[in-house]
Design a protein around this ligand. Structure first.
Ligand code: C2O
Ligand code: CU
Length: 424
């Protein structure tokens, strides 16, 4: 079948009725005043990883899994030269959660051609958004990301004390934190943990041994986050949570899916706590002013019903993951104009969780299941729509081009749960 998630084709399509190709909507070539140029070279190639004493086939950038961490300060220019040694299906770099110009977005068949073995593509964008993000291939991404073609992107000054990025990934059934050994921090040291879920399913975290705050979600700081204890955090596929706490005298344990995750400091490992309630992030933190809200007048409204159904795939009816009863490429493109305030309602009628992800835009969550957000404003690039749930979100159409929006369970996206959003 076709690489539905990627568009798959070797040709770049052009938005109709536009003199400009999406591929021409490129980023600036210089940093902001006072900024620096951060140059990286990433070469995709086959490699192996060690998981739980086993050697597992993998694909990595520069032979590393995760790929090299990309870091920058606000205002820097990030310039990444992507090459492909031997990944026959081709690769790209997509900057997950980072609102880069469309031509830098790494969506093959939409914004560029996939980089084939021997090929090269140079990405350039300004580090405007501070926070925790990640990058991954977008070509045949259900296979490529699973195999290891991903890494982290962190913008901003490192937090004082211990600042640890924790990209969680599953290889051959074993979930690993991407952190080697037991990091040490003296009592009283501030600690920031940047959790990144690079898998296609949600992960559950509990932090035992310290009170902490959830200070950022999907890179965006929360307003007035209070202290948390004895709660479980559920991190959607593709999502990021930044946790902050002060190192206590004894060890702190971050448990992952009820098992061993990461331990900080010495001492006895603590058993994974059971029965802690899940934190509802739509009720956490303090309300703050936002540029628009649930009662705004919207220029466009779209409704997406997500399900699993028989739909045409390559002209043949078969089981697919569907948007309004259709599978990509038969899902109608959403058309917006620059400046529009866009309302998006996403309902899940199926039995699987669908982490809905937008490229190029962050959404403000308005309502989950008819209930307004009562805590901190939440600006997300991926929101987890569980079976039976309805989310109402909104965004400003302020990043012209053509964008892929899709379920970040990448197997679902590959089986049709994907669409394009295009500026008229
Ligand atoms: Cu993180 Cu279109 O993906
Ligand atoms: Cu899905």
């Amino acid at each position: 079948g076709a690489d539905l998630d990627a568009g798959g084709g070797p040709t770049t399509r052009h938005p109709e009725g536009h003199g400009v190709s999406v591929a021409d909507l490129r980023g600036p070539t210089t940093p902001a005043p006072g900024g620096r140029v951060r140059r990286y070279a990433l070469t995709a190639r086959q490699t192996t990883v060690q998981v739980g004493g086993r050697t597992v086939e993998a694909w990595g950038y520069n032979g590393q899994v995760p790929g090299p961490p990309i870091t920058a300060e606000q205002g820097d220019l990030i310039e990444v030269t992507l090459r492909n040694d031997d990944i026959a299906r081709g690769v790209t770099l997509h900057w997950h959660g980072y609102d880069v110009p469309a031509g830098e977005d790494g969506a093959p068949g939409v914004t560029q051609d996939a980089v084939r073995p021997g090929g090269e593509f140079v990405y350039r964008f300004r580090a405007d958004q501070v926070g925790t993000y990640w990058y991954h291939t977008h070509q045949a991404s259900d296979v490529g990301v699973k195999m290891g073609l991903y890494g982290t992107l962190v913008v901003g000054p490192p937090a004082k004390g211990l600042d640890l990025t924790v990209p969680v990934h599953t290889f051959g059934g074993t979930t690993v934190t991407g952190v080697a050994g037991t990091p040490q921090a003296a009592p009283g040291t501030p600690v920031r943990l940047r959790l990144v879920n690079t898998d296609s399913v949600p992960h559950r975290f509990t932090l035992a041994g310290a009170a902490y705050r959830l200070v950022a979600v999907d890179g965006g700081d929360l307003s007035g986050p209070g202290e948390l204890r004895e709660v479980e955090l559920r991190l959607p596929a593709g999502g990021r949570y930044d946790l902050a706490f002060t190192m206590p005298d004894a060890a702190v344990a971050l448990h992952l899916d009820g098992g061993e995750g990461l331990r900080l400091g010495g001492g006895e490992p603590q058993p994974a706590p059971k029965g802690w309630p899940e934190l509802d992030i739509t009720r956490y933190g303090t309300p703050a002013t936002t540029p628009f809200g649930p009662d705004s007048r919207f220029d466009r409204s779209f409704t997406l019903v997500l399900d699993r159904a028989i739909a045409l795939v390559d002209g043949v009816p078969r089981y697919a993951f569907t948007v309004n009863g259709r599978a990509l490429p038969n899902v109608p493109t959403q058309l917006v104009r620059e400046g529009d305030l866009v309302e998006l309602t996403v309902a899940n009628r199926g039995f699987d969780t669908h982490p809905w992800h937008l490229h190029g835009h962050r959404v403000l969550v308005l309502e989950r299941d008819g209930r307004r957000v009562s805590g901190s404003p939440l600006w997300l690039d991926t929101f987890d729509v569980r079976p039976g749930e309805v989310w109402r979100v909104a965004f400003r159409a302020n990043n012209p081009g053509e964008w892929m929006n899709h379920c970040h369970n990448l197997a679902h996206a590959a089986q049709g749960m994907s669409l394009h959003l295009r500026y008229d």
